[in-house]
Design a protein around this ligand. Structure first.
Ligand code: MLT
Length: 267
């Protein structure tokens, strides 16, 4: 079922009475990056996947976004859908949203899955890069920004063997409103660090990232997992930053296993 909540385009799939999982996509994608995970998870669970404001089919508004607004959107969605204790799963920018949401109120979640993401805020070089990104969109256009960005997100092998997928992801990026994409860049630069909070996470957590992820490499993911008490950690073989797309079968098995344990622990 497709619904619109407070301007957000939301897909509510699977059985409403089952444990829910919320999937939050990375930048600059939309909920379609989870196609394979949705297929695998909806057989047993309620799956909620939405487009972050400014991206996909969600409303764009003025593009003046902050990470806090992204988290407000998530909590509003949970309130409107009356979701109690979903598992939250975010990739990269989606992971920033998930981590900050858990920092704001972890009692609302039955588990946390962090994919190819990090807890640190942007350093100075990162902030300058975001600013250059906004400039590039203004001067050279969104298509050029996307063409330059996307190849670096995939593992070399995926670039060779998954050409249609890479093209498809590029087309998703080029289909967004430039205002929305720039808004995401502003939101990411506005985010706070959640690193100090990692040791306070009490909910079950799975940390996982692609073996060839250049943006959030395995060392960064491992470091984060080490700080989260009793967390599970996995490296996704043959994948870059888009591990759920590049090695979906491995990621799906891990997600389904984690969800199964969440349900067993609840019973
Ligand atoms: C993402 O995949 O969401 C982005 O790489 C995150 C970022 O640019 O920090």
């Amino acid at each position: 079922m497709h619904i619109t909540i407070n301007g957000l385009s939301v897909h509510d799939l699977g059985d409403k009475n089952k444990q829910a999982i919320i999937l939050i996509h990375g930048f600059p994608f939309d909920y379609t990056m989870w196609a394979s995970q949705i297929r695998a998870l909806q057989k047993e669970y309620r799956v909620i996947a939405y487009d972050i404001r400014g991206l996909g089919k969600s409303y764009v508004g003025d593009g003046q976004y902050t990470m806090e607004f992204f988290v407000d959107d998530l909590f509003w969605l949970m309130h409107e859908m009356e979701l109690s204790n979903p598992v939250i799963c975010g990739l990269s920018m989606g992971g920033y949203v998930a981590l900050r949401a858990v920092e704001r109120d972890q009692s609302r979640f039955n588990g946390l899955i962090l994919l190819d993401t990090k807890s640190d805020a942007d350093d100075d070089a990162g902030k300058v890069k975001r600013s250059e990104g906004i400039n590039k969109i203004n001067i050279e256009g969104l298509d050029k920004f996307i063409d330059d960005l996307i190849p670096g997100l995939f593992a070399e092998e995926s670039l060779q063997t998954m050409k249609a997928t890479v093209e498809n992801i590029k087309n998703v990026g080029k289909g967004h409103s430039p205002v929305g994409v720039k808004g995401s860049l502003l939101a990411m630069v506005s985010r706070t660090s959640t690193t100090k909070f990692l040791k306070k996470i009490k909910i079950p957590t799975l940390v996982m990232g692609g073996s060839f992820d250049k943006l959030t490499p395995p060392t960064v993911m491992r470091d984060m997992a080490d700080k989260i008490k009793d967390s599970e950690f996995a490296i996704v073989p043959r994948a870059g930053h888009l591990s759920p797309v590049e090695n979906s079968s491995y990621v799906n098995d891990m997600l389904c296993g984690f969800m199964k344990r969440r349900v067993m622990n609840k019973e």
